[in-house]
Design a protein around this ligand. Structure first.
Ligand SMILES: NC(=O)c1ccc[n+]([C@@H]2O[C@H](COP(=O)([O-])OP(=O)(O)OC[C@H]3O[C@@H](n4cnc5c(N)ncnc54)[C@H](OP(=O)(O)O)[C@@H]3O)[C@@H](O)[C@H]2O)c1
Length: 273
Protein backbone atom coordinates (compact mmCIF):
# COMPACT_ATOMS: atom_id res chain seq x y z
CA UNK A 1 0.00 0.00 0.00
CA UNK A 2 1.27 3.48 -0.89
CA UNK A 3 1.55 5.64 2.22
CA UNK A 4 1.53 9.37 2.88
CA UNK A 5 2.13 11.57 5.89
CA UNK A 6 -0.69 12.99 7.96
CA UNK A 7 0.28 15.12 10.94
CA UNK A 8 3.42 13.17 11.71
CA UNK A 9 2.15 9.69 11.01
CA UNK A 10 2.01 7.45 7.95
CA UNK A 11 -1.42 6.58 6.58
CA UNK A 12 -2.45 4.72 3.42
CA UNK A 13 -3.41 6.93 0.45
CA UNK A 14 -6.61 4.87 0.18
CA UNK A 15 -8.78 4.19 3.20
CA UNK A 16 -12.36 3.12 3.88
CA UNK A 17 -15.50 5.22 4.22
CA UNK A 18 -18.52 4.11 6.25
CA UNK A 19 -21.44 6.33 5.25
CA UNK A 20 -24.63 4.19 4.93
CA UNK A 21 -23.18 1.52 7.19
CA UNK A 22 -24.92 0.77 10.48
CA UNK A 23 -28.32 1.75 9.13
CA UNK A 24 -29.79 -1.72 8.66
CA UNK A 25 -29.36 -4.28 11.41
CA UNK A 26 -29.38 -7.24 9.01
CA UNK A 27 -26.42 -5.79 7.08
CA UNK A 28 -24.16 -5.43 10.10
CA UNK A 29 -22.32 -8.73 9.79
CA UNK A 30 -21.45 -8.04 6.15
CA UNK A 31 -20.31 -4.51 6.96
CA UNK A 32 -18.08 -5.66 9.83
CA UNK A 33 -16.57 -8.35 7.61
CA UNK A 34 -15.99 -5.80 4.81
CA UNK A 35 -14.11 -3.42 7.08
CA UNK A 36 -12.00 -6.28 8.41
CA UNK A 37 -11.23 -7.48 4.89
CA UNK A 38 -10.30 -3.90 3.98
CA UNK A 39 -7.88 -3.71 6.90
CA UNK A 40 -6.25 -6.96 5.74
CA UNK A 41 -5.86 -5.43 2.28
CA UNK A 42 -4.08 -2.40 3.72
CA UNK A 43 -7.04 0.02 3.79
CA UNK A 44 -6.27 0.78 7.41
CA UNK A 45 -7.56 4.34 7.57
CA UNK A 46 -11.26 4.16 8.50
CA UNK A 47 -13.49 7.22 8.25
CA UNK A 48 -16.74 7.42 10.18
CA UNK A 49 -18.95 10.00 11.91
CA UNK A 50 -21.50 10.24 14.70
CA UNK A 51 -23.97 11.16 11.93
CA UNK A 52 -23.68 7.91 9.97
CA UNK A 53 -26.58 5.71 10.97
CA UNK A 54 -26.92 8.01 14.03
CA UNK A 55 -24.08 6.16 15.72
CA UNK A 56 -24.74 2.88 13.91
CA UNK A 57 -21.69 3.19 11.67
CA UNK A 58 -19.42 3.86 14.65
CA UNK A 59 -20.77 0.70 16.27
CA UNK A 60 -19.99 -1.29 13.12
CA UNK A 61 -16.47 0.16 13.10
CA UNK A 62 -16.08 -0.63 16.81
CA UNK A 63 -16.96 -4.25 16.18
CA UNK A 64 -14.68 -4.47 13.14
CA UNK A 65 -11.60 -3.11 14.91
CA UNK A 66 -11.92 -5.16 18.08
CA UNK A 67 -8.55 -6.85 18.59
CA UNK A 68 -6.97 -4.86 15.74
CA UNK A 69 -7.23 -1.30 17.02
CA UNK A 70 -3.48 -0.71 16.72
CA UNK A 71 -3.56 -1.52 12.98
CA UNK A 72 -6.12 1.20 12.27
CA UNK A 73 -6.01 4.98 11.88
CA UNK A 74 -9.47 5.97 13.09
CA UNK A 75 -11.23 9.11 11.89
CA UNK A 76 -14.59 10.30 13.24
CA UNK A 77 -16.57 13.52 13.09
CA UNK A 78 -18.68 15.66 15.36
CA UNK A 79 -21.99 17.13 14.19
CA UNK A 80 -21.83 20.94 13.82
CA UNK A 81 -24.70 21.34 16.27
CA UNK A 82 -22.64 19.46 18.88
CA UNK A 83 -19.47 21.48 18.24
CA UNK A 84 -19.69 23.69 21.35
CA UNK A 85 -17.52 23.79 24.51
CA UNK A 86 -19.75 21.26 26.25
CA UNK A 87 -21.12 19.50 23.19
CA UNK A 88 -17.76 18.37 21.77
CA UNK A 89 -16.53 16.38 24.80
CA UNK A 90 -19.97 14.81 25.28
CA UNK A 91 -20.19 13.80 21.60
CA UNK A 92 -16.62 12.48 21.70
CA UNK A 93 -17.39 10.31 24.76
CA UNK A 94 -20.38 8.80 22.95
CA UNK A 95 -18.25 8.12 19.86
CA UNK A 96 -15.46 6.54 21.93
CA UNK A 97 -17.99 4.28 23.61
CA UNK A 98 -19.52 3.16 20.31
CA UNK A 99 -16.07 2.69 18.76
CA UNK A 100 -14.89 0.71 21.79
CA UNK A 101 -11.61 2.60 21.94
CA UNK A 102 -9.76 4.97 24.27
CA UNK A 103 -8.76 7.42 21.57
CA UNK A 104 -9.72 8.66 18.11
CA UNK A 105 -6.73 9.29 15.83
CA UNK A 106 -8.35 12.20 14.02
CA UNK A 107 -11.53 14.01 15.03
CA UNK A 108 -13.18 16.34 12.51
CA UNK A 109 -15.79 19.06 12.57
CA UNK A 110 -18.19 17.62 9.96
CA UNK A 111 -19.09 21.02 8.47
CA UNK A 112 -19.37 24.58 9.72
CA UNK A 113 -22.33 25.18 11.98
CA UNK A 114 -23.74 27.54 14.57
CA UNK A 115 -20.87 27.47 17.09
CA UNK A 116 -17.86 29.83 16.83
CA UNK A 117 -14.80 28.06 15.42
CA UNK A 118 -12.62 29.13 18.37
CA UNK A 119 -14.97 27.34 20.74
CA UNK A 120 -14.77 24.11 18.75
CA UNK A 121 -10.98 24.35 18.44
CA UNK A 122 -10.61 24.93 22.18
CA UNK A 123 -12.74 21.88 22.88
CA UNK A 124 -10.70 19.80 20.40
CA UNK A 125 -7.46 20.96 22.02
CA UNK A 126 -8.73 19.96 25.45
CA UNK A 127 -9.64 16.49 24.15
CA UNK A 128 -6.16 16.24 22.67
CA UNK A 129 -4.54 17.12 26.01
CA UNK A 130 -6.68 14.46 27.67
CA UNK A 131 -5.63 11.86 25.09
CA UNK A 132 -9.20 11.25 23.90
CA UNK A 133 -8.20 12.33 20.40
CA UNK A 134 -4.74 12.42 18.85
CA UNK A 135 -5.37 15.18 16.27
CA UNK A 136 -8.24 17.23 14.95
CA UNK A 137 -9.29 18.66 11.62
CA UNK A 138 -12.24 19.93 9.60
CA UNK A 139 -14.46 18.91 6.72
CA UNK A 140 -16.24 20.83 3.97
CA UNK A 141 -14.12 23.96 4.56
CA UNK A 142 -13.31 26.24 1.62
CA UNK A 143 -10.25 28.51 1.48
CA UNK A 144 -11.96 31.40 3.29
CA UNK A 145 -13.04 29.05 6.11
CA UNK A 146 -9.50 27.69 6.48
CA UNK A 147 -8.08 31.21 6.52
CA UNK A 148 -10.58 32.25 9.17
CA UNK A 149 -9.66 29.14 11.15
CA UNK A 150 -5.98 30.13 10.86
CA UNK A 151 -4.87 27.02 12.72
CA UNK A 152 -1.64 25.25 11.84
CA UNK A 153 -2.77 22.42 14.15
CA UNK A 154 -5.63 21.51 11.77
CA UNK A 155 -4.50 18.11 10.43
CA UNK A 156 -6.76 17.77 7.40
CA UNK A 157 -9.77 19.08 5.49
CA UNK A 158 -12.08 16.38 4.17
CA UNK A 159 -13.94 17.43 1.02
CA UNK A 160 -15.82 16.10 -2.01
CA UNK A 161 -13.27 15.35 -4.72
CA UNK A 162 -13.47 13.30 -7.90
CA UNK A 163 -13.28 14.14 -11.64
CA UNK A 164 -16.91 15.35 -11.59
CA UNK A 165 -16.15 17.71 -8.70
CA UNK A 166 -12.68 19.14 -9.24
CA UNK A 167 -13.34 22.86 -8.79
CA UNK A 168 -11.17 22.83 -5.65
CA UNK A 169 -8.09 22.28 -7.82
CA UNK A 170 -8.28 26.00 -8.61
CA UNK A 171 -7.59 27.24 -5.11
CA UNK A 172 -8.33 24.93 -2.18
CA UNK A 173 -6.02 22.05 -3.10
CA UNK A 174 -3.04 24.36 -3.87
CA UNK A 175 -3.75 26.22 -0.61
CA UNK A 176 -3.69 22.98 1.39
CA UNK A 177 -0.54 21.80 -0.39
CA UNK A 178 1.20 25.11 0.36
CA UNK A 179 0.24 24.74 4.02
CA UNK A 180 1.21 21.07 4.19
CA UNK A 181 -2.37 20.09 5.05
CA UNK A 182 -3.43 16.76 3.50
CA UNK A 183 -6.77 16.73 1.68
CA UNK A 184 -9.06 13.80 2.36
CA UNK A 185 -11.20 13.10 -0.72
CA UNK A 186 -14.73 11.85 -0.08
CA UNK A 187 -17.01 10.30 -2.74
CA UNK A 188 -13.82 9.47 -4.68
CA UNK A 189 -15.66 6.95 -6.89
CA UNK A 190 -18.65 9.26 -7.36
CA UNK A 191 -20.81 7.06 -5.12
CA UNK A 192 -20.54 4.30 -7.71
CA UNK A 193 -22.68 6.30 -10.17
CA UNK A 194 -22.28 7.63 -13.70
CA UNK A 195 -18.61 8.60 -13.23
CA UNK A 196 -17.75 4.91 -13.40
CA UNK A 197 -19.61 4.54 -16.71
CA UNK A 198 -17.90 7.47 -18.45
CA UNK A 199 -16.16 6.39 -21.69
CA UNK A 200 -12.95 8.20 -20.66
CA UNK A 201 -12.62 6.15 -17.48
CA UNK A 202 -13.63 2.97 -19.27
CA UNK A 203 -10.96 3.52 -21.96
CA UNK A 204 -8.20 4.27 -19.45
CA UNK A 205 -9.23 1.30 -17.34
CA UNK A 206 -9.05 -0.99 -20.31
CA UNK A 207 -5.61 0.30 -21.28
CA UNK A 208 -4.27 -0.55 -17.81
CA UNK A 209 -6.21 -3.76 -17.25
CA UNK A 210 -7.92 -1.93 -14.38
CA UNK A 211 -11.47 -0.82 -13.55
CA UNK A 212 -13.03 2.68 -13.76
CA UNK A 213 -13.16 2.89 -9.96
CA UNK A 214 -9.43 2.17 -9.81
CA UNK A 215 -8.84 4.91 -12.38
CA UNK A 216 -10.89 7.37 -10.28
CA UNK A 217 -8.90 6.46 -7.14
CA UNK A 218 -5.54 6.64 -8.92
CA UNK A 219 -6.61 10.02 -10.32
CA UNK A 220 -7.56 11.46 -6.91
CA UNK A 221 -4.36 10.22 -5.26
CA UNK A 222 -2.06 11.17 -8.17
CA UNK A 223 -0.92 14.27 -6.34
CA UNK A 224 0.93 14.46 -3.05
CA UNK A 225 -1.10 14.95 0.10
CA UNK A 226 -4.38 13.50 -1.17
CA UNK A 227 -5.99 10.55 0.62
CA UNK A 228 -9.14 8.91 -0.81
CA UNK A 229 -11.73 7.19 1.36
CA UNK A 230 -14.04 5.07 -0.83
CA UNK A 231 -16.78 3.16 0.96
CA UNK A 232 -17.20 -0.45 -0.11
CA UNK A 233 -19.01 -3.44 1.30
CA UNK A 234 -18.69 -5.64 -1.77
CA UNK A 235 -15.58 -7.86 -1.57
CA UNK A 236 -14.64 -7.28 -5.21
CA UNK A 237 -14.92 -3.50 -4.70
CA UNK A 238 -12.58 -3.72 -1.71
CA UNK A 239 -10.05 -5.71 -3.69
CA UNK A 240 -10.15 -3.15 -6.51
CA UNK A 241 -9.88 -0.18 -4.17
CA UNK A 242 -6.81 -1.57 -2.42
CA UNK A 243 -5.26 -2.42 -5.79
CA UNK A 244 -5.77 1.13 -7.05
CA UNK A 245 -2.90 2.37 -4.89
CA UNK A 246 -0.53 0.63 -7.31
CA UNK A 247 -2.01 2.18 -10.46
CA UNK A 248 -0.12 5.16 -11.92
CA UNK A 249 -1.85 7.22 -14.58
CA UNK A 250 0.32 8.64 -17.37
CA UNK A 251 0.12 11.95 -19.26
CA UNK A 252 -2.20 10.47 -21.91
CA UNK A 253 -4.60 9.20 -19.25
CA UNK A 254 -4.64 12.55 -17.43
CA UNK A 255 -5.20 14.44 -20.69
CA UNK A 256 -8.15 12.15 -21.50
CA UNK A 257 -9.71 12.89 -18.11
CA UNK A 258 -9.06 16.64 -18.56
CA UNK A 259 -10.87 16.50 -21.91
CA UNK A 260 -13.85 14.73 -20.34
CA UNK A 261 -13.85 16.77 -17.11
CA UNK A 262 -12.02 20.05 -17.72
CA UNK A 263 -9.92 21.39 -14.86
CA UNK A 264 -11.23 24.62 -13.30
CA UNK A 265 -10.12 27.97 -14.70
CA UNK A 266 -11.87 30.08 -12.06
CA UNK A 267 -13.09 29.88 -8.47
CA UNK A 268 -15.94 27.41 -7.88
CA UNK A 269 -18.01 27.12 -4.75
CA UNK A 270 -16.95 24.07 -2.78
CA UNK A 271 -19.29 21.18 -3.56
CA UNK A 272 -20.79 19.06 -0.78
CA UNK A 273 -23.10 16.09 -0.49
N1 LIG B 1 -17.23 14.76 5.26
C1 LIG B 1 -18.35 14.64 4.56
O1 LIG B 1 -19.20 15.53 4.53
C2 LIG B 1 -18.56 13.36 3.79
C3 LIG B 1 -19.57 13.31 2.82
C4 LIG B 1 -19.73 12.13 2.11
C5 LIG B 1 -18.91 11.05 2.37
N2 LIG B 1 -17.96 11.12 3.34
C6 LIG B 1 -17.08 9.95 3.65
O2 LIG B 1 -16.48 9.52 2.43
C7 LIG B 1 -16.80 8.16 2.20
C8 LIG B 1 -16.90 7.90 0.72
O3 LIG B 1 -17.96 8.62 0.13
P1 LIG B 1 -19.34 7.90 -0.32
O4 LIG B 1 -19.54 6.65 0.45
O5 LIG B 1 -20.40 8.92 -0.29
O6 LIG B 1 -19.07 7.59 -1.87
P2 LIG B 1 -18.02 6.67 -2.66
O7 LIG B 1 -17.02 6.07 -1.78
O8 LIG B 1 -17.57 7.49 -3.83
O9 LIG B 1 -18.98 5.52 -3.25
C9 LIG B 1 -19.49 4.47 -2.49
C10 LIG B 1 -20.34 3.60 -3.41
O10 LIG B 1 -19.53 3.13 -4.49
C11 LIG B 1 -19.51 1.72 -4.52
N3 LIG B 1 -18.12 1.31 -4.80
C12 LIG B 1 -17.06 1.31 -3.97
N4 LIG B 1 -15.96 0.84 -4.58
C13 LIG B 1 -16.34 0.52 -5.83
C14 LIG B 1 -15.67 -0.06 -6.93
N5 LIG B 1 -14.39 -0.40 -6.85
N6 LIG B 1 -16.37 -0.24 -8.08
C15 LIG B 1 -17.67 0.09 -8.18
N7 LIG B 1 -18.36 0.62 -7.16
C16 LIG B 1 -17.71 0.83 -6.00
C17 LIG B 1 -19.97 1.24 -3.16
O11 LIG B 1 -20.65 0.00 -3.27
P3 LIG B 1 -20.60 -1.17 -2.15
O12 LIG B 1 -20.72 -0.52 -0.81
O13 LIG B 1 -21.76 -2.02 -2.52
O14 LIG B 1 -19.30 -1.91 -2.29
C18 LIG B 1 -20.92 2.37 -2.74
O15 LIG B 1 -22.20 2.16 -3.31
C19 LIG B 1 -18.11 7.97 2.97
O16 LIG B 1 -18.44 6.61 3.15
C20 LIG B 1 -17.81 8.75 4.22
O17 LIG B 1 -16.99 8.00 5.09
C21 LIG B 1 -17.75 12.27 4.02
Amino acid sequence: MRMTELAGTQVPVIGQGTWRMGEVRGERKREVAALQRGIELGLTLIDTAEMYGEGGAEEVVGEAIQGRREQVFLVSKVYPHNASQRGVPAACERSLRRLGTETIDLYLLHWRGPHPLEETVEAFERLREQGKIRRWGVSNFDVDDLEELGEPACATNQVLYNPEARGLEFDLLPWQQRHGMPLMAYCPVGQGGRLLRHPALLEIAERHGATPAQVALAWATRQPGVIAIPKAVDAEHLRQNAGAAGLRLDETDLARIDAAYPPPTRKHRLEMV
